[in-house]
Design a protein around this ligand. Structure first.
Ligand code: FES
Ligand code: FES
Length: 162
C-alpha cells in the first residue's frame, strides 16, 4: 500500500514519517517512532491504555485522545505528547511521581494512559474533587482494579501543584 509522508511533533521533537493510510496513531508512535509507553489494550476506544495528549495547529491546550481510534495521517501538523514526554531534565512529572508515591501502579499496563488522562484533567482543573477525578478517569480501565490508589495519586498531585 502506498505510504504518505506526514510531519508532526512527538514529545517535543519534529518527525517526518511515511505512514500507511490504515495505520493508527498508536501503531505509528509505537512501531515507527519506538515510543512504546502507550499501550494497546482494546483497540476500540474503551480502555484508555493508548491515551495521548494531542494539540492541533489551531488548538490551544492539548486534548486527551485515544490514539487507537485516530489514524496516523490525521496527526499531520499536530503536537503529540506520550508518557515518554512528561519528564523534564531527568525529573519525573509530578503526576508520575504521585503515582509512585501513593502506590498507584500495580502491573503498570494502564499506568501510562492513566497518567496522561490525569495530566489532562489537572491541566484543565488543577483542583479537582474526588468525584471530578473519578469522572476525569472514567475512560481509563485498570485490570488490577487499583482505582482507590490511582484517585489518591491524582489528588496528591493536585495538592502538590498548589
Ligand atoms: S487501546 Fe485505545 S482505548 Fe483501549
Ligand atoms: S495497574 Fe494493572 S491494569 Fe492498572
Amino acid at each position: 500500500m502506498p505510504k504518505q509522508l506526514i510531519n508532526l511533533t512527538v514529545n517535543g521533537s519534529p518527525y517526518e514519517v511515511a505512514v500507511e493510510p490504515r495505520w493508527t496513531l498508536l501503531e505509528m508512535v509505537r512501531e515507527e517512532l519506538r515510543f512504546s509507553g502507550s499501550k494497546e489494550g482494546c483497540g476500540t476506544g474503551d480502555c484508555g491504555a493508548c491515551s495521548m495528549i494531542l494539540r492541533g495547529p489551531q488548538d490551544g491546550r492539548g486534548r486527551l485522545i485515544t490514539s487507537c481510534l485516530m489514524l496516523a495521517a490525521q496527526a499531520e501538523g499536530c503536537e503529540v505528547t506520550t508518557i515518554e514526554g512528561l519528564a523534564t531534565n531527568g525529573r519525573l512529572h509530578p503526576v508520575q511521581q504521585a503515582f509512585i508515591d501513593t502506590g498507584g501502579v500495580q502491573c503498570g499496563f494502564c499506568t501510562p494512559g492513566m497518567i496522561m488522562a490525569s495530566k489532562a484533567l489537572l491541566d484543565r482543573n488543577p483542583s479537582p474533587t474526588l468525584e471530578e477525578v473519578r469522572e476525569g478517569l472514567a475512560g481509563n480501565l485498570c485490570r488490577c482494579t487499583g482505582y482507590a490508589k490511582i484517585y489518591e495519586a491524582v489528588m496528591h498531585a493536585s495538592k502538590a501543584g498548589k
